[in-house]
Design a protein around this ligand. Structure first.
Ligand code: PMP
Length: 289
């Protein structure tokens, strides 16, 4: 069966799923998106993802042409139409087709697109042995440009940082904010463990407020760990006992080296392993949203 893609209320075969070349999503990266997972047929934290999508849209002054409830239903229905139970779901809302000029008033029909696909994770061995990362020279966008809390279609900063990582032989790269503080990685949030406590950059460090990040903070606190959201710099990463990243696609993945320095024992640590196990239980057995 050909995968079915939802566009503006209809399902299309993958090959026929198209939007206009005049769409400002394509011309200017003008739009917002979400990356969501389903596990065993249940969409993980659907309401939170839909809320973040609508908040991103509000921030860029984009009116999504459907309600939150209808969006949630369209996501679940698209998944069902594709007979997928464990999937990665990409929701995109573009500004719509317009004229060749920046002005969004000259666009019409924002396009809501829902793609469901198999998930592509990091290779399993990296969950066992850990990732190496470098710090990218490209910084996360300044909160007074496109705020990093907005999951916009304009990911060029992060793409440039990712390319720096790839060039250095790393699958992820650490991004600092405009003040030189640790923000996050190109597609994942970052956590470190120091003396048994878990630290992660606060939202005002200029990060995407990751939904996996939120779930991990809750899980860790419920398990009795101290979690501190604060300003961090690279010293905190270099001298960490453990380090790991979180994201919808990655889930929790350990980091064992940053900028050529081994972190802690140079192996994934016990708190990472404990939280990864708890996260697995949550997504497979916990409440659906
Ligand atoms: N930071 C960035 C820049 C991201 O793009 C993502 C999502 N891929 C994350 C963090 C993780 O967020 P979430 O847990 O909601 O997927």
């Amino acid at each position: 069966m050909s995968p079915k893609v939802y566009i503006a209320g209809k399902l299309y075969d993958k090959a026929d799923a198209k939007v206009s070349v005049y769409d400002h999503g394509l011309l200017y990266g003008d739009g917002v998106f979400e990356g969501i997972r389903s596990y065993s047929g249940r969409v993980f934290r659907l309401e939170e993802h839909v809320d973040r999508l609508f908040d991103s849209a509000v921030a860029i002054h984009l009116q999504i042409p459907m309600s939150r409830e209808d969006m949630a239903r369209a996501i679940v229905d698209t998944l069902a139409a594709n007979k997928l139970t464990d999937a990665y779901i990409r929701v995109v809302v573009t500004r719509g087709a317009g004229s060749l000029g920046l002005d969004p008033r000259k666009t019409s029909d924002p396009q809501v697109i829902i793609i469901t696909d198999a998930i592509s994770l990091y290779p399993e061995e990296l969950y066992e042995h850990g990732l190496k990362i470098i710090t990218a020279a490209t910084i996360r966008s300044h909160p007074n440009t496109v705020n990093p809390r907005v999951k916009s279609l304009n990911y060029l900063n992060n793409i440039l940082a990712k390319m720096e990582g790839t060039k250095a032989g790393c699958l992820e790269a650490l991004m600092l904010n405009h003040k030189g503080e640790v923000a996050e990685c190109t597609g994942d949030n970052i956590f470190v463990v120091r003396k048994g406590a878990i630290h992660t950059p606060s939202v005002d460090s200029g990060i995407l407020e990751g939904i996996t990040r939120g779930a991990v903070i809750e899980l860790a606190r419920d398990a009795g760990y101290t979690v501190i959201e604060r300003t961090m710099d690279r010293y905190d990463v270099y001298t960490a006992d453990e380090c790991f990243l979180t994201g919808t696609a990655a889930e929790l993945i350990p980091v064992v080296e940053c900028d050529d320095r081994p972190l802690g024992s140079g192996q994934p640590g016990p708190i990472f392993r404990d939280l990864r196990e708890r996260f697995r239980r949550l997504v497979h057995e916990g409440p659906a949203s």
